[in-house]
Design a protein around this ligand. Structure first.
Ligand SMILES: [Zn+2]
Ligand SMILES: [Zn+2]
Length: 367
């Protein structure tokens, strides 16, 4: 079948809207999904700086949501017409997958970042017949359709605004999962979030839903205003003295901190803001060594990396949609929609911080 998609042909090029082709229908463990909307995540844009490790040309996009168009059979657990949110790929067989920790799958990098399952390599091509990278994050959802492993799809209530739900599969899952799963935050807890982007603001919303007090640190006044609207205490990243300012705001310090920036200076500040036995989670990829100042890990403080919010998507995504329906996780406030053909504008708005979460709508409808 032929359908439209946004293709990235070279690391420095803009996306181009092209016709692409899938040579075969779904295998017995796959479903074909007509994409209603797909969020743009920092990891999509990081391909430009991946040093060639993520294969191109490729159809990126890994926060897809849509309607099941075709299934490989009853073993998939889906029927055509089901509404689904798509999440990251995992093997289902390794020790982490069997321990309900699919984000730490032994094959996470190869399945999600470096070209996906080899068996699909010949099936996804451009109209000239040249191969496209087989599947980004098990999806490649900057397109009208995506062929995905049924394992990565989560059925959702058809009453929900399907075109906006895709970011629940990665960015919003990561921030909310850090709060609910990694930190197990509850009423009266304290959290400092460094970086009020999609992941940080999802953590802010989840922490508020859990009854915690949250401080949000960022450089952008617009993002701080948004964090404040979502019930965080806004704190500009400058001037210096962040740990002292956080301690003053929270009556002595926070139990949890989430860094979404990857900045060594802010990571040290985050550790200094923690109470004894406090926990700092890192979600951003570090591009340099991380020097820790003496004393920052004293008194039982700890630091860990968090991937995809330690979430099992099939369990967390329904919790997040239920919280949205209850008015407690208003993620739609972070979204601006674009037609798929507006993908380069969406990327610019994402890079400048003007829009927290662009969502691309292949059908072209704008909101
Ligand atoms: Zn695995
Ligand atoms: Zn992502």
């Amino acid at each position: 079948m032929k359908f439209g998609a946004a293709v990235l042909r070279a690391h420095g090029d803009p996306f181009t809207i092209e016709e692409v082709m899938l040579a075969e229908g779904p295998a017995e463990d796959e479903i074909l999904v007509r994409i209603a909307g797909c969020g743009m995540c920092r990891t999509d844009l990081a391909v430009r700086r991946s040093g060639g490790r993520s294969p191109l040309p490729a159809v990126l996009g890994h926060e897809g949501a849509g309607v099941v168009a075709e299934t490989g059979g009853p073993g998939t657990g889906f029927t055509p017409g089901d509404h689904v949110v798509l999440s990251f790929d995992s093997c289902g067989q390794c020790r982490s997958c069997r321990s309900a920790a699919p984000a730490y799958c032994d094959s996470f990098a190869s399945l999600n970042l470096f070209g996906g399952r080899g068996g699909n390599a010949a099936r996804f091509t451009d109209t000239a017949g040249a191969a496209l990278a087989p599947r980004w994050f098990g999806q490649s959802s900057f397109a009208e359709y995506a062929m995905v492993p049924a394992r990565n799809a989560v059925r959702v209530d058809p009453a929900l605004p399907l075109e906006l739900l895709g970011p629940l599969g990665c960015g919003f899952l990561t921030g909310a999962g850090a709060v609910f799963h990694s930190f197990r935050i509850g009423p009266g807890d304290t959290l400092a979030v460094f970086g009020a982007g999609a992941v940080g603001l999802a953590a802010v919303m989840a922490a508020h839903a859990a009854g915690a007090v949250t401080v949000a640190v960022d450089r952008h006044p617009g993002r701080l205003a948004l964090a404040e609207r979502l019930h965080a205490l806004p704190l500009p990243a400058a001037p210096a003295g962040l740990p002292d300012r956080i301690r003053r705001l929270t009556g002595g310090g926070v139990m949890y901190a989430l860094d979404t920036t990857g900045s060594p200076a802010l990571i040290n500040d985050a550790l200094r803001s923690l109470n004894p036995t406090g926990h700092l989670g890192l979600v951003a990829r570090l591009h340099t060594a991380l020097p820790l100042e003496p004393g920052t890990l004293d008194r039982g403080r700890r630091i860990s990396h968090i991937c995809e919010g330690d979430a099992v998507p099939a369990l967390l995504i329904p919790r997040l949609t239920a919280l949205w329906q209850a008015g407690l996780f208003p993620f739609d406030q972070l979204i601006r929609t674009y037609p798929l053909a507006g993908i380069n504008e969406a990327e610019r708005d994402c890079e400048t911080g003007r829009v927290v979460k662009p969502v691309l709508i292949p059908g072209g409808r704008e909101r």
